[in-house]
Design a protein around this ligand. Sequence first.
Ligand code: ZN
Ligand code: ZN
Length: 366
Amino acid sequence: MVRRPPRSPLFPYTTLFRSAVVAHRLRSFGVDQVVEGVGGHGVVAVIDQGEGPTVALRADMDALPIPETSGLSYASEIPGRMHACGHDGHTTMLLGAAHSLAGRRRFRGRVVLLFQPGEETLEGAPAMLDDGVLDRFGIEVIYGLHNLPGGEAGTMRVPDGAALASSNRFTILIRGTGGHAALPQLCRNPIDTAAGIATSLHLLQQEAPPGIVLATTNVTAGTGAYNIIPDEARLEGSLRFLDPAAARSVTSEMQDVVSAVAIDHGVTADLTIEPLCPVTRNHPVQAAYARDVAGRLMGATAVTEGEPLMASEDFAFFLERRPGAFAFIASGDTPPLHNSAYDFNDEILGLGASYWVKLVEEGGGI
Ligand SMILES: [Zn+2]
Ligand SMILES: [Zn+2]
């Protein structure tokens, strides 16, 4: 059962947070500094307690281009947009932590709260980094948190090492010879090659070792006319992996498949792989610290290392530059992430906020 308290009048945008609302809330909590417009619509707040470590906590704020079908009274009122990944819940948890940290002030050093836009496109974290967020605010260590449907609500996972996969886009451009559909013997139909390559990649996926997934996701070919064999076809897909060394052998097999099918069909085919986001790799010291803190909050048996996910997170870019850890908090029986009926389980809000507060008040893992 997913319960949700009545919304504050300060949140007129039923499911879509706006940076200005977040900034307004932070100021009302008495934080020491609020900076808007960091990396686009990002908001940064600082609570300063003088000498000591500078610990950053990051929440993402963005929604997804999905029309909400939950039918709930508080469903998104923005057509074609909804919080299907729970980033509204993440924002609320970090606001809750801000309220508590700024009110209690039971820590040394500084806490920097990052409210990040554009996670789903993997562009928000790089934008905040390009805006110098780490050096401007003196961030020494950084933590992230994401809800995860399934499991017992409130239990947590903090993997050592890889927590989420890297994301890469592959593109295969096939150049054949087009012509009249009545004369296929005079053509080199690139659609036949695209079909052969897509089938071979599917077999490669089925045989891939754990920690590697690939999927063809777009096929583009043809002029729209039924009687023209086109000159070109284009395949696009996603390649995700946890271990770059293991991925190298799969990418070389992909290249072999593309070349072999193209040669067989007498056409050319070029494979390019574009890295979008690296592996989200937790630092062992901070991952262990996060598990300790969560264990004291929820009970040691409620916190595990758990398995990494094959989804991706632009939090990876922060962890490439600063030590830290990304954690998952189980949200129980809700529809899956990115599903049009998804609903963030508000029962975990208090626990998530308490985890943030405890991470800072117990020293920050530095
Ligand atoms: Zn998402
Ligand atoms: Zn998400």
